[in-house]
Write a protein that binds this ligand. Sequence first.
Ligand code: AMP
Length: 249
Amino acid sequence: MKLLLAVKRVVDYNVKVRVKPDQTGVDLTNVKMAMNPFCEIAVEEGVRLKEKGLVTEVVVVSIGPAAAQEQLRTALALGADRAILVETDDELNALAVAKLLKAVVDQEQPQLVILGKQAIDSDNNQTGQMLAALCEYPQGTFASKIAIAAGKAIVTREVDGGLQTVALCLPAIITTDLRLNEPRYASLPNIMKAKKKPLQTITPEVLGVSIRSTSKTLKVEAPANRSAGIKVKSVVELVEKLKYEAKVI
Ligand code: AMP
């Protein structure tokens, strides 16, 4: 069974992002970039499925600038077999990404595609669902457990107030939630070995996909600065302030 994993290059989750002075977006100058954390979980799950003998080949795909090769090499060091970079410097919306991934699915014909539930930069939570719709494949989103049995993917989903388990006919699309697994770190020997694993670069034009955006970001604003708090001496003073200053009670 062939598995396709989608990984996105994003600003590292430890970085405090700065908005550009002209408010057109986030300033990426000298900012540390990394693999989106939910995609790391997807890679870990793919590698575990391969280690269990349920998957024969793990292919990892990223759409983005040439620098996204770094994240693909990381995925290869973690255990993926081969990588595909769909190279573009354009800022893509979720539908354009889903269309490109659909073209890769058409080429690669995987039985299972695993994506993160959300990219921490755009916070879309759309790509997996759109890809499932475009491919007309069943989807199991927000997965906290995945099993493969009798030609089906059994996915336990984190839903409001509980868990839902669904059986998906293959081929299928799954998106990962936080509690699915704890990703491993790549070992130095595996980082070295990953340098020799195949990484193919293609373009949206080669895939025949139009990435023209139908929406435009008008403005990006940083959250308002929080003013410093104050210490009160007694409960009476607290109640007074809540009542007459904050006027919340
Ligand atoms: P989003 O819908 O943008 O929140 O992203 C959800 C998931 O879609 C991510 O965790 C990735 O698995 C996948 N994805 C989104 N953008 C890209 C991209 N540029 N390249 C590869 N995968 C992506």
